[in-house]
Design a protein around this ligand. Structure first.
Ligand code: G1P
Length: 295
């Protein structure tokens, strides 16, 4: 029987070391790197909130304190802004944690992989379907359309089964992604028959790469617990999903919108330029500035 309970919790694995962004990430979490004026993690939390989720679970590690502080009250800052009558800034600061949203933090004691990080959240998730958002992947919905996780929620409501965001990736990049293959299930949905983590181009079953958004049924926890270590010696989420496939249907969802791989310098810069161009305060002047550059 399809599981139909609501998705009320989102898991954000944020324990990674961010080695691709050293030295910036030596003492600060990579998820706190800003795109224009907002840290990456806040974009992901806002996407989960826009999809109706109110319980945010962060799987964190050492040197990640700034993330907890970001989603907490900033007492001194708020008191000073209030005293100075800076109401707009005060509202902006308070909007980071809406009053109907709660945040929980659990530690991943060792870097054993994404699957292991998700498993660390199990005691807080329980036996419910849940979302996983990788903040490195900044996802922007189509102009005027629903954000990516909200699109996936509609698919989950229809299917009652796990739904994973995918996009076509260039052949020379399949080794960076979880790759899925399967049968079209109508519209943007593919019923997954195979999923493999970071295959060589020659072994890849397709070019459909997993983007960092998942809605998973709780059965995946048991699979992750039992699976051996995978690519890179890590406990991979992809391997847990591959095992889940043997027990229940799992769907890939070809989302509408754009993904910026902000775990890479190029993706981070692309997101910065494109989101700056759309920014209400700086967009127009930044466009002028770019036009004046000799490239
Ligand atoms: C992770 C997943 C991979 C997925 C990717 C999306 O890899 O393991 O399956 O395609 O996120 O960004 P990572 O980029 O953390 O190595």
């Amino acid at each position: 029987m399809p599981q139909s309970s609501r998705v009320q919790k989102a898991v954000f694995p944020v324990a990674g070391l961010g080695t691709r962004f050293l030295p910036a990430t030596k003492a600060s979490p990579k998820e706190m790197l800003p795109i224009v004026d907002k840290p990456l993690i806040q974009y992901a939390v806002e996407e989960a909130y826009a999809a109706g989720i109110r319980h945010m679970i962060f799987v964190t590690g050492r040197s990640k304190r700034a993330i907890e502080d970001h989603f907490d009250t900033a007492y001194e800052l708020e008191a000073e802004l209030e005293a100075a009558g800076k109401d707009e800034l005060l509202a902006l600061v308070r909007s980071v944690q809406p009053s109907d949203m709660d945040c929980a933090f659990v530690r991943q004691p060792r870097s054993l992989g994404l699957g292991h990080a998700v498993l660390c959240a199990e005691p807080l998730v329980g036996r419910e379907p849940f979302a996983v958002l990788l903040a490195d992947d900044l996802m922007v919905g189509p102009p005027g359309g629903a954000p990516v996780l909200a699109q996936m929620m509609s698919a989950f409501r229809q299917q009652g089964r796990s739904v994973i965001a995918v996009q076509e990736v260039p052949a020379d990049q399949v080794h960076r992604y979880g790759i899925v293959a399967g049968e079209s299930a109508g519209g943007p949905l593919i019923r997954i028959e195979r999923i493999v983590e970071k295959p060589k181009a020659a072994d890849a079953p397709s070019r459909m790469g997993v983007a960092g958004r998942y809605i998973l049924t709780p059965g995946v926890f048991e699979e992750i617990r039992q699976q051996p270590r995978g690519v890179g010696g890590e406990i991979q989420l992809t391997d847990g999903i591959a095992r889940l496939l043997g027990k229940e249907a799992v769907y890939a969802y070809q989302y509408s919108g754009k993904r910026y791989d902000c775990g890479s310098k190029e993706g981070f810069l692309e997101a910065t330029v494109e989101l700056a161009l759309q920014h209400p305060q700086v967009g127009a002047s930044f466009r002028e500035y770019l036009r004046g550059l000799e490239l």
